[in-house]
Design a protein. Structure first.
Length: 491
RNA sequence: CGGGAGGUAGUUCAGCCCGGUAGAAUACGUGGUUUGGGACCACGGGGUCGCAGGUUCGAAUCCUGUCCUCCCGACCA
């Protein structure tokens, strides 16, 4: 009762906020644009980190850590890069405080002005390439495949929990290669890692694609992306991978001697996903009762709720519940036995639904007599009475079913929301009435893209990889086009 | 950064227009009865009313400034 959630139909944005706050994922903080990630939300992020980190290691990457502060002069070395980030950088100008002589607490000590200001990293290309310069001499030093897990700061005008905050957590991979082909292959490989992770762990289907020039990363030659679709029909960029060409190598003078003993600039990539993934997860699966989390990354996969009638069966029920908990633990299932006596079963049912725990087991005296247990799955709300014999294996299988069920449901929704538009009226109508991705011809110019954005707020989300060629006419200008691209309104 | 709304008990909010002892529900603590979809009774603890100034005999209430949040826009992962 005290934790009612606004329905999606009533106010989608408020629904999302309610889930994040009432589901215990995060809190607002005293700092503008910054949030506190609470233990339950952080556990989600940790599970994402664990899955991704394993995949990075399996593809030959190692972790390192570079400074939070970047000398201002570094940022200006790559023209497009500065352009892209200059407007949203936090700058450190002083290094000391002192007591206010007027008694107003502490003030910045004007004596302690930094000779060169430090930028709090919005991303680390510059500091990393400045470092790589010293690490790379020969083709034998390549490829250099490094990732870092860290926080970054981008001073955003308008923030939303997880989706866009001034400070956020992410990983950024930065690699150096001896050939263009190898660097492009790396960028594509990491996009594939992201897509696999998001689909298999988060159960969120994505479209792999390439960004248009106006949407690509500042300083990149090509930006690859995975785009997901949220339940309100808006697209969300879930991860990006960039082929940086030799832009940063040239800006920071990073050269290597090739086998022919000639100096060449190295080829680069960078790629990242952030805590934004938590937002994507929430919006992809959840319903009006609360969160729905896929088993593979749910902090808690199973909860066991005991149901008593008086005290006499209590010890017996608890003993059995603990036995089931241990069986599940032995199978590697993240399980909790909630024997808290302060809340009644009904309260617990609602609470764990809000928190999105995939499977709930309820065990009472009636069940004990019949050697059964009630199994409820969060995604479909289906309840079933199942024999206690082999219950752990049953639950293990059910978790897999739920994982697949969530993905299939999200994919069916996504596929049903990729619609072709053949003329402008249809295009606008689809955006307003149906949402989702609109597959349409575009003349390939930035001007047209900008005009469409101005008129409809929709942008080209991506040109899908392996996009079929097809002659057609631009939806706006009627000029010739060789392929359809995906438009959508986006987060 | 523009427009709108808001900040009072852990939470949701009333009180503010019209200045005069800070309230409700819920949550929390204790005891008891309960427990198959958000239990009930009794007693109890808890708020310098976002913060800082000002007006006043007196400010949650009026004035000024400032910080933070939400929604809509411009910008963006």
């Amino acid at each position: 009762m005290s934790k009612e959630i606004t329905s999606r139909a009533q106010d989608y944005a408020q629904w999302y906020n309610d889930l994040v706050i009432k589901g215990g994922l995060a809190d607002y903080s005293a700092v503008r644009g910054c949030m506190v990630i609470k233990p339950y939300g952080f556990a989600l992020w940790e599970n994402m980190q664990a899955g991704l980190d394993r995949m990075f290691k399996d593809t030959g990457h190692v972790n390192a850590y570079f400074p939070l502060f970047i000398p201002k002069s570094f940022l200006s070395k790559e023209a497009a890069h500065v352009e892209g980030f200059a407007k949203e950088c936090a700058v450190v100008t002083h290094y000391r405080l002192k007591n206010d002589p007027n008694g107003g607490g502490v003030v910045v000590d004007p004596e302690a002005k930094l000779e060169e200001e430090l930028i709090i990293r919005p991303t680390s290309e510059t500091i990393i390439w400045n470092t790589y310069k010293d690490w790379i001499q020969s083709y034998r030093d390549l490829p250099l495949l490094i990732n870092q897990w860290c926080n970054v700061v981008r001073w955003e005008m308008r923030t939303r929990l997880f989706l866009r905050t001034a400070e956020f957590l992410w990983q950024e991979g930065h690699t150096a290669h001896s050939t263009k082909e190898e660097a492009v292959a790396e960028a594509e490989k990491m996009l594939d890692v992201y897509a696999t992770f998001v689909e298999e762990f988060m159960a969120v289907p994505v479209i792999r694609g390439i960004k248009t020039i106006s949407e690509r990363f500042a300083g990149a030659e090509d930006t690859y992306c995975i785009e997901a679709l949220m339940q309100d029909g808006k697209a969300l960029q879930a991860g990006t991978s960039h082929f940086l060409g030799q832009n940063f190598a040239k800006a920071f003078d990073v050269k290597f001697l090739n086998k022919e003993n000639q100096l060449e600039h190295v080829w680069a990539t960078s790629w990242g996903v952030s805590t934004r993934l938590v937002g994507a997860l929430v919006m992809a699966h959840s319903d009006d009762q609360g969160l729905i989390l896929p088993p593979k990354i749910a902090p808690l996969q199973v909860v066991i709720v005991p149901v008593y009638k008086g005290d006499e069966k209590k010890a017996e029920i608890n003993a059995k519940a603990k036995e089931i908990m241990n069986q599940l633990k032995n199978l590697g299932v993240r399980v909790k036995f909630d024997d808290n006596d302060n809340n009644r079963p009904g309260w617990k049912f609602a609470e764990y639904e809000m928190k999105g725990v995939p499977v709930r087991l309820a065990l009472g005296a009636r069940d004990m007599e019949k050697n059964v247990i009630e199994v409820a799955r969060r995604d479909t709300k289906e309840k079933k009475v199942v024999s206690l014999d082999g219950i752990a294996q049953y639950v293990e299988g059910l978790l897999l079913d739920i994982q697949h069920g969530l993905f299939n449901k999200a994919k069916a929704y996504r596929d049903a929301h990729i619609t072709q538009a053949s003329n402008w009226d249809e295009f606008e109508k689809l955006l307003d009435e149906k949402g989702g991705f609109i597959s349409a011809h575009w003349d390939g110019t930035a001007e047209t893209e900008a005009t469409i954005k101005e008129k409809t707020k929709a942008t080209v989300r991506c040109i899908p990889l392996n996009n079929p060629k097809e002659d057609g006419k631009c939806i706006l200008t009627g000029k010739p086009s060789t392929q359809r691209v995906l438009f959508a309104r986006a987060y």
